[in-house]
Design a protein around this ligand. Structure first.
Ligand code: FCB
Length: 444
């Protein structure tokens, strides 16, 4: 059975998502350097050492991209504003061209009847602040708060919704413990600090925006279904530890004002001074909505050979995977939507702010046939529908991504878009999955 707009509650929002560094072309318009420019320029970090200098050139082509969204019957666009575009040095001198760009972009969305969903930080740490330790610096929340006020003064009144941070797990753990994203650290003290400071920055932004009267504020968290490889208590513990770090740390801090014991087992000795007070003063405060990003599951086992906490390793799942090697597991999306409402946020509006898959899509005779993606979208829509039936107050879904784009450490190789981008000519070609969405989102 094919699900359509009619299978979802009245007013349900359908959108597509992107992020600044992945699509804009960061070399244009006076943006400052970010830690991704230097991470990618260091051999071994990013496929072919590619960066976001040109990306999809959305900086000049946003009008065409928004025409595609409108023609595709979408209601909304999730995008991010780049800190380094607004403040090239991270602090101080404002780049007027950058502010004007986001002003034009906002108008272009509204003119087409598309609702703007803004994310304030989707990973472009300005290099000047990275030099000062980036997320490990205890002042980062204040610098972030200042940037937030500047961009908010320009476009905030026209945003349908505003998210503070995209995927704090990636910002902190993936980037400071696993070393897979900028700044590429593998250091537990830096990780503990980033895990905490990113939430403090979220809280600071919330407080500053509340003071301006904003009532449409949230955060975008990513979740990964953590399953134990066996019944063995050691494997169970490996899965519980991964779940605590990935899925519980951020939402428990925000909604309950605590950090999970299974994660503190490793991080406690490395937490910054005053972290308990910060939970009360900054982090534990109400949201207006919660964004859920979901892609896959991992199966966890105890690692006998590991020399240090968290002593776990991933075991491959059994299902089909995407071009990323990520297992396709729609049940996990149902799990997190119902788990969020039952255990953390009750009736608070939820949005699936990202879900999608990469595939090695090719243009053949002017068309891109991607039945795998259409099936992926349908199976995840079914999971969302079941979650709504089971009581989750889910109000919208954003496909990741509108465009093939700069997939971080994977460079331009992994294609998540419903619109194909030729990275030589920058030509856009809507894929078959775009046409499917256009059909199922038609109003009558
Ligand atoms: C998420 C990121 C997004 C994109 C997708 C595939 O972790 O938020 O920028 O890279 O994964």
């Amino acid at each position: 059975m094919t699900l359509t707009r009619k299978d979802f509650p009245e007013g349900f929002t359908f959108g597509a998502a992107t992020a600044a560094y992945q699509v804009e072309g960061h070399k244009f318009g006076g943006a400052g350097p970010t830690h991704w420019d230097t991470f990618s320029a260091t051999p071994g970090n990013v496929v072919r050492a590619e960066d976001g200098a040109l990306a999809c050139d959305q900086y000049h082509r946003y009008g065409d991209d928004f025409d595609l969204l409108k023609a595709g019957n979408f209601d909304a666009y999730r995008f991010s504003t780049s800190w380094a575009r607004v403040l090239p040095e991270g602090r101080g001198q404002v780049n007027q061209e950058g502010l004007d760009y986001y002003d034009r972009l906002t108008d272009a969305l509204l003119e087409r009847g598309l609702k703007p969903y803004q994310t304030l930080y989707h990973w472009e740490m300005p290099s000047a602040l990275a030099d000062l330790g980036g997320w490990t610096n205890p002042d980062i929340h204040n610098w972030f708060g200042d940037y937030v006020e500047i961009i908010d003064a320009k476009i905030g009144d026209r945003m349908e919704a505003i998210a503070t941070i995209n995927e704090p797990w990636c910002v902190a753990f993936l980037s400071h413990f696993l070393g897979a994203h900028a700044p590429g650290l593998r250091d537990i003290r830096a990780t503990a600090r980033a895990m905490h400071h990113v939430l403090k920055a979220h809280g600071e932004a919330m407080t500053r925006l509340r003071a301006k009267g904003r009532d449409n504020l949230g955060i975008v968290l990513n979740f990964d279904y953590c399953e134990a490889a066996t019944e063995d208590p050691k494997d169970q513990k490996a899965a519980a530890t991964a779940d605590a770090i990935f899925n519980r740390w951020f939402i428990e801090a925000i909604t309950k004002g605590t950090y999970p014991a299974e994660a503190m087992e490793g991080f406690a000795p490395h937490m910054p001074k005053g972290w308990k007070d910060d939970l009360k003063s900054h982090i534990h405060q109400p949201l207006d909505w919660l964004g859920v990003n979901y892609y896959t599951r991992h199966i966890h086992a105890h690692d006998e050979t590991a020399s240090a906490w968290p002593n776990g390793r991933d075991v491959q799942g059994h299902r089909a995977t995407t071009q990323m090697g990520w297992e396709i597991y729609p049940e996990g999306l149902h799990h997190f939507l119902t788990r969020m409402s039952e255990s953390y946020v009750g009736d608070l509006p939820l949005y699936v702010t990202e879900n999608g898959m990469a595939w090695d899509d090719r243009v053949v005779n002017g068309a891109v046939n991607d039945p795998e993606r259409a099936a992926f979208i349908q199976s995840h829509l079914a999971a969302m529908k079941r979650a709504i039936e089971d009581g989750a107050n889910l109000q919208g879904f954003f496909y990741w991504s509108l465009l093939d784009n700069y997939e971080w450490a994977e460079g331009y190789e992994k294609r998540f878009g419903i619109v194909h981008v030729d990275f030589e000519t920058l030509q856009r070609t809507p894929k078959a999955s775009y046409h499917m969405l256009k059909d199922i989102l038609a109003q009558d």
